[in-house]
Design a protein around this ligand. Structure first.
Ligand code: DC
Length: 207
């Protein structure tokens, strides 16, 4: 039977989004990049001239979030990365966004990617994948993403930012980023998108 909920977690730039989009198309499921929720909350705080680490400001922004905020063109880039990571560390913000994620999946099933999908948002997901890659490789991919948007950034800076944010995601008390006990790990360091997709399909087929 085709899966209804596919949960994909893992650190930044490991290939979660690419895999999630392909699985969603394959199984005719809607796709939600849950990182965009935190990015859009961070962006709203910045727009209002606030500090994303300020709990009252972050919670107000999470409450004001509208689905169309996820379509904004300015949700990626160093400033948005940092703001998202700061608001994502706050339990009140996470609580506020939980309902939207669960309702998104409940209607027609979904593929969701993030940090806590298999542990918190959908602990009963049909499929749980934990997508990883080496830190070097993830920083290399993030540099290429920036480059594609015309932002040439030193590798060392990108690698340091990535490591700092991942560290914050893993160490925070609120839904720390971690592999669910029943998730299957896919290491994409030496695999291209086609190989990762094929491996995921094989795993899903074995369920
Ligand atoms: O996946 P991303 O880089 O777009 O995520 C942006 C930030 O939000 C990152 O710091 C991790 C955090 N995040 C989270 O805490 N929980 C999620 N389900 C998705 C993202």
């Amino acid at each position: 039977m085709a899966p209804r909920i596919i949960a994909i977690d893992g650190p930044s730039a490991a290939g979660k989004g690419t895999l999630a989009r392909r699985l969603a198309a394959h199984f005719h499921l809607p796709y939600l990049d849950t990182g965009l929720l935190y990015r859009a909350v961070g962006r709203r705080v910045l727009d209002a001239g606030g500090n994303p680490a300020d709990r009252a400001a972050a919670l107000a922004a999470a409450r004001a979030l509208r689905p169309e905020d996820l379509d904004r063109a300015d949700l990626r880039g160093p400033e948005a990365d940092e703001a998202a990571s700061l608001v994502a560390a706050q339990q009140a913000v996470r609580d506020e966004l939980l309902d939207f994620q669960r309702r998104f999946g409940a209607e027609r099933g979904a593929v969701l990617d993030g940090r806590d999908i298999g542990t918190v948002v959908f602990p009963d997901a049909d499929v749980k994948l934990f997508v990883t890659a080496s830190q070097q490789e993830r920083a290399r991919r993030r540099c290429l993403e920036f480059e594609a948007k015309g932002m040439l950034r030193p590798f060392a800076d990108v690698a340091a930012e990535l490591a700092a944010r991942d560290e914050r995601d893993v160490r925070r008390l609120a839904a720390p980023a971690k592999k669910a006990a029943d998730a299957v790990e896919l290491d994409t360091t030496d695999q291209d998108a086609d190989a990762v997709f094929a491996a995921a399909l094989a795993l899903i087929g074995q369920r």
